[in-house]
Write a protein of this length. Structure first.
Lengths: 95, 90
């Protein structure tokens, strides 16, 4: 992976990134982290709801349950997000 | 020249403030979704029925009410009794 070294001027970290690039990269990382968090909690909840005694594979009913659970979890997440946002705006309007 | 740190750049500073605020919001949504799922969701069905949806909405409001209640009461106990000594250490 030596392709970076030769193109940039001498110095420690090679080229210096501008603020805009840094901000974009940070936004991407934040989005990825949020997606991971969502998936982790969703997996946890849906496993609890859909899997009884773990068998040697996921049977059809379990898979259907998980699929529905995923959609419902997203619905729930969106409802919570909307409700929380409205509440925050109400609180700000009071101040 | 890399003489200035991130905090000297107002654009970056503003960006950090905005993103931090957005993250606090996101984290609370994650947390409330999890907590309210336990309270409101029985068996996941083909759609979110209105009763369940209301439960989630109420759950969010009551969660925030609880948080505010706790902060207010804490403030009162500290003001009135001069600290935690009476209410916490007993």
């Amino acid at each position: 992976m030596d392709s970076f070294g030769s193109d940039f001027s001498s110095g420690g970290s090679g080229g210096k990134m501008d603020t805009g690039t840094i901000m974009e990269q940070v936004k991407v990382q934040i989005a990825v982290a949020n997606a991971q968090e969502l998936l982790q909690r969703m997996t946890d909840k849906c496993f609890k709801k859909c899997i009884g005694k773990p068998g040697s594979s996921l049977d059809n009913s379990e898979q259907k349950c998980i699929a529905m659970c995923m959609d419902r979890y997203m619905d729930a997440w969106n409802t919570v997000s909307r409700t929380y946002n409205s509440r925050l705006q109400k609180e700000r309007a009071r101040l | 020249m890399d003489g200035q740190g991130a905090t000297a750049d107002p654009q970056l500073q503003h960006f950090i403030e905005i993103e931090s605020q957005k993250q606090r919001f996101q984290q609370l949504v994650h947390q409330m979704t999890e907590v309210c799922w336990e309270k409101c969701m029985d068996k996941p069905g083909p759609k979110l029925d209105s009763r369940t949806e209301s439960c989630f909405m109420n759950c969010v409001e009551r969660f925030i009410d609880t948080s505010q209640f706790i902060l207010n009461r804490l403030e009162q106990t500290q003001r009135g009794k001069g600290g935690f000594s009476d209410s916490m250490l007993e």
